[in-house]
Design a protein around this ligand. Structure first.
Ligand code: WQD
Length: 343
């Protein structure tokens, strides 16, 4: 299939482009490079052996988005594009609602106009909020996130469900990511956040490589294995494979819209991840314990059984592989993608 991957130059998007190529699909990237770099395109070609078509586009621009469907027929869309920093969403909710909701509606308009009715949407475990306890199942109800970023995912899931109900023929997979970490084994692509990382793994990696002095652990007084927060970390290459499995499943899906948890079902604490990273990198990661972070849960991990039984997919890579692959990427790209000397 010829698959439009919005946000395809980003962390999850670029790994999904690799997985699509490996599965024999043709990926077309649409990205505004607001949180990614065109430098990824050369690396994707080096990994997959094919030159990936890429369009720099603002998906809130209806005409520009529609033009993406005119060049050659698109069979399906994997919609990864969106603003995704939880903390930033609290201070800039209008930008998050406008960007994430309008871009999704613009993509859906262009799909309907061009007869494209297969969609895989990048959702998030954040939709479960604090109301439900782990292991988190897809039928948890109601969905209510504790931050505007997560609320955009709750609203978009509902938007897509209503669109599919009103427009016969649509098939939509809502992929609820738990905590994506790791990097492609080549070390050529990986998580490359702009500015100070919000998420744990890239921050730990930047401390290990010497870009940051120390990690601040956000609280060690939770009711967990060692007092620090526990999460379901999933290797981004496993996550990417989940997108291909969902894409290939759409035609045979009985429901028009179906949510799938993409997680491992295991939980790891902050300190357990830090120690695993020290073992994988051979580096010491200094840390201090600070106050809890507003909105954080103590524990969050998936019940991944639906994806296993319905998609035939399950995460395979270990925490050790997540750390080793992250370190290979970070140590080869100490200041991120755009600064690496391409030898
Ligand atoms: C993990 C754990 C922190 C940073 C968020 C989004 C979610 C998804 C993944 C997009 C927590 C602790 C973190 C640090 C720390 N993103 N931590 N020091 O909050 O589980 O999920 O990112 O889809 O939607 O909500 O991930 O990596 O920020 O935090 O101690 O400097 O690490 O308290 O326990 P989170 P995270």
């Amino acid at each position: 299939m010829r698959v439009l991957v919005t946000g395809g130059a980003g962390y999850v998007g670029s790994h999904t482009v690799v997985a699509l190529a490996e599965a024999g699909h043709t990926a077309v990237i649409a990205d505004n490079f607001s949180n990614s770099s065109p430098a990824v395109l050369d690396r994707l070609e080096r990994i997959s052996g094919v030159s990936v078509e890429c369009h720099e586009v603002e998906l809130t621009d209806a005409e520009a988005t529609e033009r993406l469907f005119h060049a050659e027929p698109i069979d399906a869309v994997i919609h990864c594009a969106g603003l995704k920093a939880v903390g930033e969403s609290v201070s800039a909710p209008r930008e998050y609602y406008r960007n994430n909701l309008v871009s999704t509606l613009t993509v859906a308009d262009a799909m309907e106009k061009n007869g494209v009715r297969r969609l895989v949407f990048s959702s998030s475990a954040t939709v479960y909020g604090a109301a439900h306890s782990s292991p988190l199942g897809e039928d948890s109800w109601p969905l209510e996130s504790s931050n505007p970023y997560g609320q955009t995912k709750v609203i978009i899931e509902r938007m897509l469900s209503d669109i599919a109900a009103a427009n016969p023929g649509w098939k939509v997979a809502l992929l609820r990511y738990f905590n994506p970490v790791g990097a492609h084994a080549s070390g050529l692509i990986g998580e490359d956040p702009r500015g100070v990382p919000n998420n744990l793994m890239p921050f730990v990696a930047q401390v290990a490589v010497g870009r940051r002095d120390r990690l601040t652990v956000h609280g060690d007084d939770y009711d967990t294995v060692d007092g620090t927060g526990e999460r379901d970390y999933i290797h981004v290459v496993d996550l990417a494979a989940g997108h291909v499995a969902a894409l290939d499943h759409l035609d045979s899906m009985t429901a028009d819209v179906r949510a799938f948890n993409l997680g491992t079902g295991a939980s790891t604490s902050v300190l357990q991840l830090l120690r695993a990273f020290e073992r994988a990198s051979g580096r010491t990661v200094p840390y201090v314990v600070g106050p809890r972070r507003e909105g954080d849960l103590a524990v969050a991990y998936a019940d991944p059984s639906r994806a296993r039984t319905e998609l035939g997919w399950m995460a395979a890579r270990s925490l050790e592989e997540m750390c080793a692959d992250t370190w290979r990427w970070q140590s080869a790209n100490p200041s991120g993608m755009s600064s690496r000397l391409d030898s």
